[in-house]
Write a protein that binds this ligand. Sequence first.
Ligand code: TAP
Length: 479
Amino acid sequence: MVPEPTIGIQVAYLVASILFIVGLKFLSSPRHARNGNLIAAAGMILAVGATLAVPGVRVSPLLVTCVAVGGIAGVWAARSVSITAMPQMVAMLNGLGGGAAALVSCAGIWRATHAGVSVTLFQTLRVTVRHDAPHGASLVELLGVLIGSVSFSGSAIAWGKLQGVISEKAIAGAWTRFVNAAIVIAILVSGAMTLEGGGPGRLAVYLVGSLAFGVFMVIPIGGADMPVVISLLNSFTGLAAASTGFALDNRALIISGTLVGASGTLLTRLMCKAMNRSLANVLFAGFGAAHAAGAAGAKAAAKPVREIGPEDAAVLLSNIRSLIIVPGYGMAVAQAQHAVRELADMLAHKGVDVRYAIHPVAGRMPGHMNVLLAEANVPYTQLFDLDQINPEFGHTDVALVIGANDVVNPAARTDTASPIYGMPILDADKAQHCIIIKRSMNPGFAGIDNPLYYEPRTMMLFGDAKGAVTKVLEALKML
Ligand code: TAP
């Protein structure tokens, strides 16, 4: 029998679940996100503490060592990770969660199919189920192994692609279909046999098949689509944790797993919607691979553009009343956020109304621009999302686009043949003037040309975002 938690422990689980929900709610606004994180962390400490207090659970030296090593590694990783490496970090943490859920489900299946044979993990936690006779695994445990393993190995590949350990290109071909078919057959057959009961061989084939499925699910996806994949795998981890919660009869795990599953699914949907792409397109179209071809195509276009230098840009900016800054991936790469804030502060000091337009998929991870601008202490009151700011461009003097490209591409509105047609964009082209800071005429993530660059009202300020903004700032100081 799974040890029955006391009423006090049930209440602790309930309070922990409420803290998770309140924490998630707080995470939806940049102003409260930090507190949301702390509240959810407090909920997790409470849930772990309550689990250790379940009657029969022995707090062994092994358990204490694992918690200490995991805790120290977590604090070290969170403190040392750079903001740009955050997606990899999320992938890794998510994968470990999925792997843990898969291992617990494996141990449950082993326990069910080998009555009387104890498993170290369960000995440690002392939550052993006693059966009179061996019998088959439960469906919920099988699902836990499958989903948790896919999340683990898929996240590991996503981490490798983002970290540059493996090629970020979409690796796909006709052969992957045959491999995938073989893996699916192996999973179905070994899963059915494990349901019936039986030896470790069946479970091992099922586990290895599930891990391989995760690898072959992520390998054909381009590196730049990894944030969407990570969010999807995040929802898988939540489901795996929830099914583990059912197997262990742990309500906190069921609730927190469901919350993770639901929020991961919603975030995946939101990202796909903001890019106007279906999840199937992200998973199967090899979108990131279009980048190189598109870059070549865009260069070949070589139409004339209007260039501007930092000094002229400074003169223009010193004579305006309103400015909307549109940050994008290039600002993140150049780490230009501090220089951008300094420029904005100086202009605001001169009486210019300065606002920032934040596109939901600007950059390469959800909330990328919010995180960078918060790091540079830009007040939240100056940040506006797409729906709020778009009506404002028409009566704004200058839109200053810093390292953004696809999110201001008007082809998304007009060109039905464009791969980004239908994607909601920031209407920077509607401002009186548009200054675009980037290094070249190279395209962005979607690999396509941007008609905005050739508009008569557009001025291209070529250079690294940080260097160019700093030069404009220096020129402004000289005026
Ligand atoms: P992009 O369209 O990718 O354009 C970024 C631009 O920044 C490039 O054209 C590049 O041009 C420029 N750049 C790069 N390094 C720079 C530097 N050091 N200084 C100045 N400029 C630099 O970026 P975006 O407008 O932010 O759009 C994001 C794209 O990523 C969208 O297509 C979106 O669908 C996709 N995406 C986003 C997410 C999330 S969750 N945010 C997830 C998956 C995909 P140069 O090389 O000429 O400088």
